[in-house]
Design a protein around this ligand. Structure first.
Ligand SMILES: [Zn+2]
Length: 473
């Protein structure tokens, strides 16, 4: 039988079954974008004539990483908002307010180039004005879950104890924009791009709109992606408005269910985390972002202990500075070990699963990607083990590959990437975009954006502004 592609590697982690599904000396047969067989190299070579062969000589083959939650557009101002207490107003706001469609698109292109080149094959992008991000994911060949932001509150600033004002016309306009993106991109390229519904949070849309959006998502056959129980401001708004905690409020609306992708849960109590998991919702854990911005470790352990599914997300690069799943895997493991004082927690194999098969399940793509099994899309990455960070390879009496990937891997070891059987990077050379062009464009946009952001940045008088005045940074 003639097929499109055979992929060979001395080591493979399929993620099938309970653990990592290690296979030594086996290969993967790919046709029409899907995996059709996994088995010993000789058997597959005897059974199939491949139009093309991808040979990993000293590589490990994995399913591509699933970055469940990111804000790609922010990458145009990577690194402007960390080591502060007021991330939003003291760091991000001057740059966000100075944004333009061209600047946002340049940021998305940079973030997705970085993600792709460190092994991410699925991006979960969230934000307003996602056209540029959608076009980038479509052009780069990435699998994408896009969540256009639905918000009913204006961008004004509110003091403590002051209720946000809802503007129904803003809510309707953002819902219309979501539906427009849905019509244009949902199902694009055999379902490679999907569009979700993204209410910004319990505090940013009215009760009626929240119920309506969740119902419409279900009717449209897509999911709801939402920042969930993410801080004291949300707690305060929901208490003032409804006299309840955010989780109890959302539960009273009946919107915490298996269709919900809940991001962060950083201010949820253990009981609220357990309730959310029991309702069947999925959690996205962004370890580096929440560590840097809030100095906290979100309750992923409690969510898992309560039977829930957890995926990982890189969130945004102004705060945690990167879109690299190696960074998220390592911090997911290390932060939980430190938080609970237990080296057994979040072992390497578990975080590798969270970065692949569990992440895919968490965002509703469990039948499509995240593991190397017949019937799934050929979203595959070859990682070069003949690198200073991942060498030597020990296979007996124990295998050190998974532990080295999580605790020593940096991302540059990812050699070759494909999504739905289409090569996106080969031997570190991106095939679907011009990296120099991406870098030139984002530098130009960042220069212009910084100039526009300067007056407001000076006004903020944040601790970063003070450091800058003193040439401390
Ligand atoms: Zn976020």
């Amino acid at each position: 039988m003639t097929i499109d592609l055979l992929v060979h590697a001395p080591h493979m982690y399929t993620m099938a079954g309970e653990g990592l599904g290690y296979r030594g000396g086996e290969s993967v047969a790919v046709d029409a974008g899907k995996i059709i067989a996994v088995g010993p190299r000789e058997e597959l070579e005897a059974a199939y004539t491949a139009g093309r062969t991808v040979e990993g000589r000293h590589h490990v083959l994995l399913p591509g990483f699933v970055d469940c939650h990111m804000h790609s557009r922010h990458a145009v101002y990577r690194g402007v908002a960390q080591d502060i207490t007021n991330w939003m107003w003291g760091g991000v706001a001057p740059f966000e307010a100075a944004g333009t469609p061209a600047a946002r698109t340049a940021g998305s292109r940079l973030a997705m180039a970085e993600a792709l080149m460190s092994g991410t094959t699925t991006v979960g992008d969230d934000g307003p004005d996602l056209e540029g991000a959608a076009e980038t994911a479509a052009a780069f060949g990435l699998r994408a879950n896009l969540s256009p932001r639905i918000r009913e509150v204006d961008m004004g600033s509110y003091g403590p104890g002051e209720l946000y004002r809802f503007y129904p016309q803003l809510g309707q306009a953002s819902l219309d924009a979501c539906l427009k993106l849905f019509d244009r991109f949902h199902g694009h390229d055999s379902g490679r791009i999907r569009v979700l519904f993204g209410p910004q949070g319990a505090d940013f849309v009215s009760k009626d709109l929240m119920v309506k959006v969740c119902r419409m998502a279900r009717e449209a056959g897509t999911r709801v992606h939402m920042h969930f129980s993410q801080g004291s401001r949300e707690d305060e708004q929901i208490r003032l408005r409804y006299g309840m905690r955010p989780v109890a409020y959302l539960d009273s609306l009946g919107v915490i269910d298996e269709n919900l992708i809940a991001v962060h849960l950083s201010s949820a109590t253990p009981e609220e985390v357990a309730l959310t998991a029991r309702r069947g919702a999925n959690m996205i854990f962004c370890p580096s972002s929440i560590a840097v911005i809030d100095g906290e470790v979100p309750p992923a352990k409690i969510f898992l202990d309560s039977g829930g599914t957890v995926g990982l997300g890189s969130d945004q690069s102004p705060g945690n500075n990167n879109h690299n799943m190696f960074n998220e895997m390592k911090l997911a493991a290390v932060l939980n070990k430190c938080r609970y004082g237990d080296p057994l927690l979040f072992p390497a194999w578990k975080v590798l699963r969270m970065a692949t098969v569990e992440g895919a399940r968490a965002i509703g793509l469990g039948d499509i990607t995240g593991s190397i099994e017949p019937g799934k899309a050929a979203d595959l990455i070859l990682i070069d083990l003949r690198q200073p960070t991942l060498s030597p390879v020990i296979t007996s009496p124990m295998r050190n590959i998974a532990a080295n990937l999580v605790y020593a891997g940096r991302g540059h070891e990812v050699d070759t990437i494909m999504v739905a059987g289409k090569l996106l990077m080969e031997h570190r050379r991106p095939l679907t975009f011009d990296l120099d062009q991406v870098l030139d464009d984002v530098q130009r946009e960042a220069d212009a954006l910084s100039e526009r952001a300067t007056p407001r940045f000076r006004e903020t008088d944040s601790i970063i502004a003070a450091y800058m005045r003193n040439d401390q940074l």
